[in-house]
Design a protein around this ligand. Structure first.
Ligand code: ADP
Ligand code: MG
Length: 315
């Protein structure tokens, strides 16, 4: 299979360009129109075989997840995803694998929707890099730095599902469908992110674990936080875990593509509407509180140390 054949498959899968795509796949670069009053929000993330997914992962899952993790970063900024570029390095000759990857990638791309407008294709160890471009109202994109004392700390969905799925696989068990979905087919919270613009004071996605990522909000905002462990969202798939094991998993297990955001108290009554518009369960897990750090409070009022937080490369 030649590079050209592969690119042609991507071009066909990408389909027709949308209105704001002046020029998509086929030239040296794409040309995109940015509507008046909006800003371009850009992000990129790489998934490497053996680091971000196991060597035997399904091609369609890899395609889905490579796109999902990037769209999750756009969601965390409150940006509406518009365009993506896909750089693929893969071993020579495996057409079935390429087709599976395109299928997983494009089925999520069509659903969002977002247009595939370019990329790069080369032979080498399996590695997938996606660049995602989105639009936000000028000056309106969500950042990590706006949280203030007294703001509610809110999380979408159920943190810990992906981490628990990964743990079960490591123990030779077969995780149930909810855990598998969280691990291999995460749904980026695109609608929620867009709905938070003009309302949330800070936002982040919790791909590195709830505590580690809330820590970024705390640091960027210069305001501490207090988390109530009895408020962490429950889920039937996690019921087998006792406490404090469940708390620890929900606080530090990574690979969840949920949003954690802070909401000024005066907007608290918007939470139900935000959950509906955002298509996600929302749980208030605590409050921003003065002081430099995050404190986790157990139901008995004692403070709880969750231990090392989040996944870091090169450590
Ligand atoms: P160049 O040599 O100018 O970099 P390429 O041969 O790499 O051009 O790519 C030709 C066209 O195909 C470009 O528009 C590029 O963006 C697109 N393209 C290449 N690989 C991919 C891919 N994996 N997915 C989407 N578009 C791709
Ligand atoms: Mg190229």
């Amino acid at each position: 299979m030649a590079e050209f054949d592969l690119i042609e498959r991507f071009r066909r899968a990408a389909g027709d360009a949308d209105r704001e795509t002046v020029l998509g796949i086929g030239d040296d670069a794409a040309i995109l129109d940015i509507p008046q009053g909006r800003q371009l929000v850009a992000t990129t993330d790489t998934l490497n075989s053996g680091v971000h997914f196991p060597d035997n992962a399904m091609a369609a899952d890899i395609g889905h997840k490579a796109l999902a993790v990037n769209l999750s970063d756009l969601a965390a900024m409150g940006a509406e995803p518009r365009w993506v570029l896909l750089s693929l390095s893969m071993p020579r000759g495996d057409m079935d694998f390429a087709d599976g990857l395109i299928e997983g990638f494009m089925s999520l791309a069509r659903e969002v929707p977002v247009s595939l407008v370019g990329g790069d294709t080369c032979s080498g160890p399996l590695s997938v890099t996606v660049t995602a471009l989105g639009l936000a109202p000028a000056g309106g994109a969500l950042q990590r730095s706006g949280a203030r004392d007294g703001d509610l700390v809110v999380v979408s969905g159920v943190p810990g599902l992906a981490g628990f799925g990964l743990r079960q696989i490591g123990e030779g068990l077969e995780p149930g469908p909810d855990l598998i979905q969280a691990l291999h087919r995460p749904i980026p919270r695109v609608a929620l992110g867009a709905a938070l613009v003009g309302k949330a004071s800070a936002c982040i996605d919790i791909s590195d674990g709830l505590l580690a990522d809330l820590g970024h909000i705390v640091e960027a905002s210069g305001c501490g936080a207090e988390i109530r462990l009895d408020r962490l969202p429950r889920h039937q798939s996690l019921e087998g875990l006792g406490e404090p094991d469940r708390w620890r998993l929900q606080l530090t297990g990574g690979d969840d593509y949920e949003l954690c955001f802070t909401l000024p108290e005066r907007h608290a009554e918007l939470l139900d509407d935000l959950a509906v518009t955002g298509g996600a369960g929302l749980t208030v897990i605590g409050w921003m509180r003065g002081g430099p750090e995050i404190r986790c409070l157990a139901p008995d009022g004692g403070s709880f140390e969750a231990g090392s937080a989040g996944y870091e490369h090169f450590t």
